[in-house]
Design a protein around this ligand. Structure first.
Ligand SMILES: [Fe+2]
Ligand SMILES: [Fe+2]
Length: 256
């Protein structure tokens, strides 16, 4: 089973750029071509938030026309740059997004379970997991206690070490205490940081997907300047083998 994870797309309106002049639509188009060229094809593509840059309906319409070129089925999640109501309006046929509140769902695919956990707090850059979301996660995991599962969320729920970004992450001990009782969860994969990170937290494999739009600096010291870098964009490919996951980083070079 293969899941491609594209994150932090930051699609803007035609003629606009993001992150100091980056053409996020052009780089997403190259990522979509790269995903379509994968053999075998991913069983699913999950988009882990910051789908668009400001939440404007024109951005979502543009995104939708670009995602229509994906050969695999795709699933959407919100990030702090997204507007849930506008997402629901433009992607109305995506029933799993629900009609109100956090966009949380589970999908069963090729013997695995994909769980989308919404960490967005409307109007805030940082994320959170409140009581209701934790209850949803616990109940949803309990429905299928033996199916191997991966949890996707926009904000990492652990300190990443990227100084400028860590204030906005979800630091929720209850989340990790719950996962410690759920051996079917094989990993947690996030976005938001605009860098690829692979680690382990509370005994659980965790990772952060690169952005398809632009990368932010490797700021491990607060004294270092923080900003956009010229690193290639990319995405993650989660390869589920038996009940284990191999996660690959696929880099997509800028056009010559
Ligand atoms: Fe982002
Ligand atoms: Fe974000």
């Amino acid at each position: 089973m293969l899941i491609a994870q594209l994150s932090d797309l930051h699609i803007c309106r035609a003629g606009e750029t993001v992150f100091g002049g980056r053409d996020s639509a052009q780089s997403l188009a190259r990522c979509v071509q790269t995903v379509n060229a994968l053999r075998p094809q991913p069983d699913s593509v999950i988009l882990t938030g910051d789908l668009v840059n400001t939440g404007h309906i024109d951005e979502y319409s543009r995104l939708k026309s670009m995602l229509a070129l994906l050969d695999s089925r795709y699933y959407l999640m919100p990030g702090n740059h997204d507007e849930r109501a506008t997402m629901r309006q433009v992607f109305a046929e995506h029933d799993y997004l629900g009609t109100q509140g956090p966009m949380q769902y589970s999908v069963t695919c090729a013997g695995w379970r994909i769980l989308a956990l919404d960490t967005v707090v409307p109007g805030a850059e940082g994320g959170a997991l409140d009581e209701a979301r934790m209850r949803w996660l616990e109940a949803t995991l309990a429905e299928q206690p033996t199916l191997p599962s991966i949890i996707f969320m926009h904000h990492p729920a652990f300190p990443t070490g990227i100084v400028h970004m860590d204030d906005g992450c979800v630091h929720e001990p209850r989340f990790w205490a719950l996962l410690a009782r759920q051996p079917q969860v094989k990993g947690v994969s996030c976005g938001h940081i605009h860098r690829a990170i692979f680690s382990q937290h509370a005994g659980m494999p965790v990772c952060v997907a690169p952005s398809t739009a632009a990368h932010l600096g490797l700021q491990l010291d607060a004294a270092e300047q923080f900003g956009v870098t010229d690193e290639p964009v990319g995405f993650l490919l989660h390869h589920c083998l038996g009940d284990e996951v191999r996660t690959h980083c696929v880099w997509v070079a800028a056009p010559a």
